[in-house]
Every structure is written in C-alpha cells, then in structure tokens.
Design a protein around this ligand. Structure first.
Ligand code: C2E
Ligand code: CA
Ligand code: CA
Length: 482
C-alpha cells in the first residue's frame, strides 16, 4: 500500500511541472474540484428550492404556481384541457375539533382518493388549503362523462375520514371548466374559471357540480369595473339623491323618500345593482352620509317648493346595524343634519323589518329616539313579519311592501293580508304607508282600508330635485279620491 501510495506520489510529482508553477497548478486544481462540489451542492439546493416553491409541502402535489406552469406548457403545445376545481367543505369543523394535524391527515387522504380514482394521465394539484385541482387532457369528453366522473369523485370524497376512533364527513363542490368557443379563454384562465364556477355556485349541472359558463367571466369583469368605478364615485362624491313623494290620503300633504342614484358611463345604474357592491366594498356608511347630505342641503329648497311638506326619509342599510356601526352612523347623521339646520323631526330613518331581530337594533333605535328622529319600518310583509318587535319598538311609520300592494286588485288573499297589517298598525298607532302604488284602483282600495299615505309611480317616480315638475304633481294630488 505504502509503496503504491508512494509510487502514485512519485508519478504525480514526476508528471507535474515542478517549482512555483507546479504549486499554483495544484492550487487551481484543488479550487476547481471544490468549485465543482459547490456547484453540485448548489444544483441540489436549487432543485430543493424549486420543489419547495412549486410543490405543496404536505401532499407533494404541484401547487398553484406549478399547475399554472403546466397549463401554460400545454397551451404552448396546443393541447386541450379539462380542469376541475375541487373545494372540500366542512374541513373547518375538523380543524376546530381535532386540530391541524388531523386536518393535514384528512387532506392527504383526500389526495390519495382523488389520485387513485383518476387515470394516470390526470394531473392533480393542490390549489389552496382545502382546494384541489385536476387537469385532464383533452376537452373532447362529453358532458355526461364529465358529470359521472365528478359525481364518482364526490362520492369517494364523501366517504368518512377516520380520526382516532371517530368518523368525520366532508362534502365537496366541483367547478368544471373547459375551452369555450364563445370567449376562448387562454388555458391558464381556465383554472381561474373552474375556481369561479365553484365559488359562484352558478350553472349547477348536478348537486354541487358547477360548469363554468362564459357569462360568469363577463359578469365578473363587469362587476370588477363597477367596483372600481364605485370606489371612485364614493371618493369624489358622485352619488345623487332622487326623491319620491309620499302623499297623505287624509289631507294631501306630502313628504319624501330619498333614494340613492348613480350615473355611470352615461346611464343611470339601479341601486339594486350597485348597493350590494357598495356593501361588499364596505362603503355603505360613506354612501349613506353622502345621500343624507344631499337631502339635508336640498331641504330648504323643498320647503319653498312644497310649503306643506313635513319631512323626508333616508334609508339605513341593515348591514350597518348588523356590523355594529349603528351608533357611529347616528352620530354622523346628526352632525350632517345639524350642519344644514335640519330639525330631527324633519328626518325619518327607514330600517327594514328583518333587522328587528338583530340585537344591535335595540341600541340604534334608542339613539334615534334620543336624537328625535322619526323611525319607519320599511318593506313590511316581506320577511318574518316580526309582530312582537313592532309592539316593542315605538315606530312612527310602517311601510307595506310593494309585493303586497301589487296584486291587491286581483287577489283577495293579498287584500286580506294588507288589511290585517293595516289593522294591526292602527292598533299600534303607526302611520301606514303603502309602497308601489301604480294605479287609481289600488289607491281606492287602500284608501278604503284606512291606509294613511301612499307612495308609488301613480304620483311620481323618484326624481332628482331639478327634474321635478311640481305643477303636474300638484295637479295629480289635487284629484285624490276621498
Ligand atoms: P326601497 O327602500 O323599498 O325603495 C323603494 C323602491 O321602490 C325604489 O326603488 C322605488 O323607485 C321603487 N318604487 C317606488 N314606487 C314604485 C312603483 O310604483 N312601482 C315600482 N315598480 N317601483 C316603485 P329604487 O330606487 O330602485 O331602490 C331600490 C332599493 O334600493 C330601495 O328599496 C332600497 O332598499 C335601496 N336603496 C335605494 N337608495 C338607498 C339608500 O340611499 N340607502 C340604502 N341603504 N338603500 C337604498
Ligand atoms: Ca325605503
Ligand atoms: Ca320599501
């Protein structure tokens, strides 16, 4: 050994240049060897990093980024795909009762059930905490086969998961997307579309099975542009107040309901469209204050126009009370009205009947009373008409919803319901308004019933202050039946 070693040493030295030069070469050789080793280590680390970044730690499945890459790769090679987005429901119960380790086990088991069922050509990924996706090559599978596959998958995922000795059950929603002629989304968009199908829960082709439809994307794009525009409108105070008259049947006197209006790209957008978005953006308080400010500013002019006018009303969104913002809102509204010298009894706040069941309503109503505002129950007869709450809170006004007034001429039942609401309201000393009165016949029936006032297109649609034709409105209310 020693001889060989020495021999090697000898050969080595004999083949290498001697002196300083030889020493440097040796150092270079050592250095390059070290570099090579480092490079290998770096490559290994890179690979690990890549794996970390592109795969889900728990299941080892490709994550969202990796799936997107795969999809893009397939797009480039011109391949079609069918994409399933699988959302597992009720996993939060497992986390709450058994903790994250149990949840992790369930996720791994769900992954195995999905993988074992699907053909090997399918690529399974984990898109989120409780969301998987499946890429199936070729979109040329017919809808029935897709439906069957998804339903079998759902049945498998519905099987119990055993944690310790207990059984837990999950359910799942599956969104399906495939290349569509109408919009031809890029394939990478398809993942988003499958997500959208499952999240929006529209186009249900079977229970909990949603097929993406192009209108979803269009709707989502429209919604997004409205969102952006509404944010801007709130920031730059672009909402308008429309006023609809409410005419007293006793003495023809009048008061107004203030309704929000918004003009976007040259068109008036209905509050039915923009109010839910305002709610979602958490901008309802700001909008309410802007509308209230318009009404407060216009109030002096209204009194000049209609000398017998007694008050105007403002709608209060149930969401604000549900979020516990009632107190803050009432203070802010108080400040707006006093800024324009509007007296509290000149303002009526309308709240919908479903809010009466909320705990936070108590305090809100108490503050309204303290400040001296009038209070109305809006849309009465649509929800769980909470009769006991009507008695509990001393409201001033009860507004019977349009849906009950609409068929009052033709349907006896509707008439009876309206009649019993009027009787009840009278017993509670409430001022009763019928909403949505469109015809003279409805007006006559309501007058006979003893309704105090009516609101509806019969007298006027809601209009902006400067659009109002007071002369024709005055003419109309002069001819009220008595
Ligand atoms: P609402 O408070 O029940 O307002 C009455 C709605 O009925 C108004 O719709 C009004 O234009 C409509 N209406 C009145 N008379 C008739 C009629 O004879 N026939 C028909 N077909 N409709 C009639 P609008 O202005 O589209 O408002 C819809 C809803 O949006 C309102 O229902 C209210 O819930 C909400 N809203 C409007 N403005 C505001 C606001 O400033 N704040 C809040 N929180 N909600 C508002
Ligand atoms: Ca209202
Ligand atoms: Ca109403």
């Amino acid at each position: 050994m020693l001889g060989r070693l020495q021999n090697q040493q000898y050969i080595y030295h004999s083949n290498q240049p001697k002196g300083e030069f030889g020493k440097t070469l040796k150092e270079i050789e050592n250095l390059s060897r070290a570099l090579l080793a480092k490079d290998k280590k770096l490559k290994r680390q890179q690979k690990e990093l890549f794996k970390l970044a592109y795969s889900d730690h728990l299941t080892g499945l490709p994550n969202r980024e990796a799936i997107l890459d795969i999809v893009n790769e397939k797009t480039n090679s011109g391949k079609d795909l069918l994409i399933l987005s699988i959302l597992l429901n009720k996993t939060d119960i497992i986390i709450a009762l058994k903790g994250h380790t149990a949840f992790d086990k369930v996720i791994v088991e769900a992954k195995e059930r999905i993988e074992n069922y699907l053909p090997s050509s399918a690529i399974v990924g984990r898109l989120g905490n409780n969301q998987f996706c499946v890429l199936l090559p070729s979109a040329a599978i017919d809808l029935n086969t897709i439906k069957d596959t998804c339903q079998s998958l759902q049945r498998l995922l519905n099987q119990p998961y055993v944690i310790g000795e207990e059984y837990y059950y999950l359910s799942s929603n599956i969104g399906i997307s495939t290349k569509q002629k109408e919009i031809e989304p890029s394939l990478s968009e398809l993942i988003y579309l499958a997500d959208l199908a499952v999240l929006e829960k529209k186009e249900e082709i079977a229970p909990n099975l949603h097929l993406f439809h192009p209108f979803l994307l269009q709707e989502r794009k429209k919604y997004h542009s409205l969102e952006v525009a509404l944010r801007k409108a709130i920031e730059s105070n672009k909402f308008h107040a429309a006023y609809q008259p409410i005419v007293s049947l006793g003495n023809n006197s009048v008061y107004l309901e203030t309704l929000a209006r918004w003009r976007h790209q040259g068109q008036w957008i209905s509050p039915v469209t923009f109010i839910p978005i305002i709610e979602e953006l958490d901008l309802m308080e700001k909008m309410t204050l802007q509308i209230a400010e318009h009404a407060a500013r216009d109030w002096k002019d209204w009194k000049k126009r209609l000398p017998d006018i007694s008050h105007f009303s403002v709608n209060i969104s149930p969401s604000l009370l549900k979020k516990g913002k009632g107190d803050e809102l009432i203070q802010l509204l108080g400040a707006v009205f006093s800024k324009y010298q509007v007296l509290p009894h000149e303002v009526c706040l309308e709240i919908t009947e479903n809010i009466l069941l909320e705990d936070s309503t108590d305090q809100f109503i108490h503050h309204c009373r303290e400040m001296g505002f009038l209070l109305a129950v809006d849309d009465f007869g649509t929800g769980y008409s909470s009769l006991s709450y009507l008695a509990k809170y001393a409201f001033d006004v009860l507004k019977i919803d349009r849906s009950l007034i609409m068929k009052i001429e033709t349907e006896n039942k509707q008439q009876e319901v309206a009649m019993s609401i009027v009787n009840l309201a009278k017993k509670l000393n409430l001022h009763v308004i019928a909403e949505g009165v469109e015809t003279k016949a409805q007006l006559s029936i309501l007058e006979r019933m003893g309704v105090n006032a009516v609101q509806g297109y019969y007298f006027s649609k809601p209009q902006l202050f400067y659009e109002w034709d007071i002369t024709s409105f005055d003419e109309k209310r002069k001819y009220l039946v008595h």
